[in-house]
Design a protein around this ligand. Structure first.
Ligand code: FAD
Length: 465
């Protein structure tokens, strides 16, 4: 008798959970799957671990199926809980966490004899790849040797702003990671709060504070002061099924892409097509457009266009938009375009200084707390994560020129510093961003997880001797 083949998946958020569900469904056994997650909570991750009902999905229920081949899977699950939910509803993210847990448990109970899933509540800090069996070093448990390791470690907490004096980082009134449970619980409701960032996390935090009766006022600061756009309410207008030909044919530069998309949007708007449909129609070609961009053009896109892309591509539910507008109109929330210059701790609170965009003068305001809503850290070189740091240091993984993610081949195998594709380490989840650009939301991540699972099913098949 030989030992069963084994695989470890590091990270049990959306990507790790769906990958494991595919493996459980396809395995003919014997196979041992270890799902490792530092928080101990399965099938949640950063996005779906929230317990607040004010935190809703930013994609309508009808488009959140975990399986591309069954677009209504999530909708059916959600309607069993609440029949009033429709494909256009924006439901609480915690319901989506329940859905992921349900998928995992049903895949587990329906798996073939000899296919075993075990869950480790632990943190992976390093992977040794000396022979043909990688060994994962864990913070608490003994090292784990398996046949294959998949990194599905997802989104990382935002980095604190780098200012001349960084003492504020140790002040409890600086909320460095707003996604931590209870992160904003201690904030006084009657004093102003500063929020760093004006994206979707700011929207979550501002509405959560407002819902808890915050009366002290909020100010949200980002370089450009741009707000994510809302999804459309009501029935869908004509879908866009024509790609901008100029976009596919033009020389791959950030400026050419921008021009082609703008012209296309303007042309189709005259025919009644909403710009959102044009952005949606780009999804299938985005990875190839991204791959065609030389590094310098990618850098140009990230510097000048990324924030505009993000607010049009990653939108908020219409109801959140309306609530946000009433906070803005009522003066409870102010959005400022500017650069943060300092955060200073004082006995009474913190003082925040910023220089308004295109202005010389610095404005200083006293606040009770500062909440860092600058979004997931987007540069792997700046992560303070032991596992990623170890993989990069030892050349087992490498990152793209912009540091958006880890480099992989077309089969999701990690590329080492000598350019070779690992036979024992694979990647899925948002760290695929460097390779595909579109690796943030469920509609793309489910495809990456399914494709990787398909490849692994072959790799893990027992080779009978
Ligand atoms: C707040 C928020 C809201 C979002 N809302 C939506 C939405 O409504 N719709 C949508 O389509 N997309 C949304 N997204 C995008 C999101 O990226 C994906 O939907 C998806 O949740 C990503 O899942 P993941 O499993 O790849 O990563 P994550 O959810 O980040 O999960 C990774 C898990 O791995 C664990 N982990 C990491 N490193 C280790 C280690 N070394 N050892 C052990 N465990 C480790 C982490 O603790 C975490 O639990 C949202 C993202 C965020 C941050």
């Amino acid at each position: 008798m030989t030992d069963p083949r084994s695989i470890a998946v590091i990270g049990a958020g959306f990507s790790g959970t769906i990958l494991v569900a595919h493996l459980l469904r396809s395995s003919q056994g014997p196979l041992r799957i270890h799902l490792i997650n530092r928080s101990g909570r399965l099938a949640r991750g950063v996005a779906y671990g929230t317990r607040s009902s004010r935190h809703v999905l930013n994609v309508p229920a009808g488009r959140m199926s975990a399986f591309a081949e069954d677009e209504s899977d999530f909708l059916r699950f959600a309607q069993q809980r609440d029949p009033s939910i429709t494909g256009g509803s924006f439901v609480p993210r915690r319901l989506y966490g329940d859905y992921l847990e349900h998928i995992l448990l049903s895949a587990q109970s329906g798996s073939a004899r000899g296919t075993v899933l075990s869950h480790l509540a632990d943190e992976a800090v390093a992977i040794d790849v000396d022979g043909d069996r990688p060994r994962i070093r864990l913070v608490h448990g003994n090292p784990l040797a398996v046949d294959h390791v998949v990194l599905a470690s997802g989104n990382y907490a935002p980095s604190a702003p780098r200012l001349a004096d960084n003492a504020f980082r140790n002040d409890p009134r600086f909320v460095g990671d707003p996604w931590k449970p209870l992160a904003i619980n201690g904030i006084r409701v009657d004093r102003p709060v500063a929020i760093i960032g004006t994206g979707l996390t700011m929207v979550d935090v501002a509405l959560e504070l407002a819902g808890r009766g915050h009366t002290g006022g909020m100010i949200a600061i980002s370089r450009r002061g741009l707000l994510p756009q809302p999804h459309r309410r009501g029935t869908a207008p004509p879908a866009c099924d024509q790609l901008p030909l100029d976009l596919v044919a033009c020389a791959p530069t950030a400026a050419n892409y921008l021009r082609a998309v703008r012209q296309h949007v303007a042309r189709l708007q005259r025919e009644g097509v909403d710009w959102r449909e044009v952005i949606a129609s780009l999804r299938p070609v985005t990875p190839s457009l991204w791959r065609a961009l030389p590094d310098a053009e990618r850098a140009r896109f990230l510097r000048h266009l990324r924030s505009y892309w993000d607010i049009h591509r990653h939108r908020m539910a219409p109801a959140l938009w309306e609530s946000l507008q009433s906070l803005l109109q009522g003066g409870d929330l102010r959005i400022v375009a500017g650069r943060l210059t300092s955060i200073v701790t004082t006995p009474e609170g913190l003082t925040v200084s910023y220089r308004g965009r295109h202005q010389d003068a610095v404005t200083t305001i006293p606040v009770a707390a500062v909440v860092n809503c600058s979004g997931p850290e987007g540069d792997v070189r700046r992560l303070r994560d032991p596992l990623i740091g170890d993989l990069l240091r030892r050349g087992l993984a490498t990152c793209d020129a912009a540091g958006l993610g880890l480099r992989v081949d077309e089969n999701y195998r990690l590329l080492s510093s000598n350019g070779s594709a690992s036979s024992v380490l694979s990647l899925t989840g948002p760290l695929l961003k460097g390779a595909f650009w579109e690796a943030t939301a469920v509609p793309e991540l489910r495809v990456h997880a399914a494709r990787l699972a398909g490849r692994l099913a072959g790799v893990l098949e027992r080779v009978e001797s």
